[in-house]
Design a protein around this ligand. Structure first.
Ligand code: RRO
Length: 278
């Protein structure tokens, strides 16, 4: 049981809960919020919009950049009692290479997650929407590090299994899915989109059936392990992902409602009978 990137700020949680957080840490490994080579302020508010069964976000990758992350955040995240996975995103092979070099040489980092839901500045294409872009990126990056590489798939494609196959062919050690589904909502008070950026990504219970379908499709196509996520808020939900083919499951949006959801879901998962799903 791990966290979905960007849904649990372990540094802020440590400030609030103190060392009690370390004694009862809600996840078996911790995934950082995605970092980029340079610092970013993120998008203008409104960045989050609640929906009946989830939420839409367009946070826009606020982060301290690679150097700021390594100097300020990594030492604090290294104090967590679990392995650390760092999520990175670049807009070119060169940017991804720089991130991999910086993060990959640190012993505190157990694995690297590649967030490929981003445009390639050279081609203008979203890397994770094209198998050939995904294959080329992995082929270039895999030789650069000995850390395991987890490729975070976008659900906003017709054939996520084709992207997963490309990631596997390129040397990925695992895939994680799903990222958020492209979505928008209109603020009834203004008639304008509720999210300042106009649209964002939907997460929460609403997306779970989509995530299950994509995990099943990916599991049928690749041999590497799958980290499954998308609307998990109970042990039964997590078990559904495992039945669909996931080896590891992640809690995301539920942590906003209950910061200790990871612990509860893991407890429920280990105490529920496997026969439940037949
Ligand atoms: O920062 C974001 O707005 C964001 C990212 Br990078 C992502 O991968 N998925 C998401 O829902 N939001």
């Amino acid at each position: 049981m791990i966290n979905a990137s960007g849904t649990f700020d372990a540094i802020a949680a440590r400030r609030v809960y103190g060392d009690a957080l370390l004694e009862d840490f809600p996840f078996s490994a911790f995934v950082s919020k995605t970092i980029t080579p340079e610092p970013r302020a993120g998008n203008e508010p409104q960045r989050i919009w609640e929906t009946p069964a989830g939420m839409i976000n367009s946070i826009g990758l606020p982060n301290k950049g690679l150097d700021g992350f390594l100097a300020e955040d990594l030492p604090q995240l290294a104090e967590l009692p679990v392995p650390l996975i760092v999520s990175v995103m670049g807009t070119s092979q060169e940017e991804f290479s720089r991130l991999l070099a910086g993060v990959g040489e640190r012993d505190e980092v157990a694995a690297i997650e590649l967030n490929i839901s981003c445009p390639n500045v050279h081609s203008g294409l979203i890397v994770g929407e094209r198998p050939e872009e995904t294959l080329a990126l992995l082929g270039a990056l895999q030789p650069l590090t000995r850390k395991p590489l987890i490729v975070k798939l976008t659900p906003n494609v017709a054939d996520p299994a084709a992207i997963a196959v490309a990631a596997e062919e390129g040397g990925a050690d695992a895939v994680s899915l799903i990222n958020t589904l492209k979505a928008s909502a209109i603020d009834p008070a203004t008639g304008a989109p509720g999210i300042a950026a106009g649209h964002g990504g939907l997460s929460g219970p609403a997306v779970r059936p989509v995530a299950i379908a994509q995990v099943r499709a990916v599991a049928a196509a690749v041999g590497i392990p799958i980290v499954g996520m998308g609307g998990i808020s109970s042990g039964a939900d997590a078990r559904e992902f495992i039945a669909a083919g996931a080896s590891i499951v992640a809690v995301g949006t539920e942590s906003f409602r209950d910061p200790l959801a990871g612990l509860r879901v893991a407890d429920e998962l280990s105490s529920e009978p496997a026969e439940q799903l037949g």
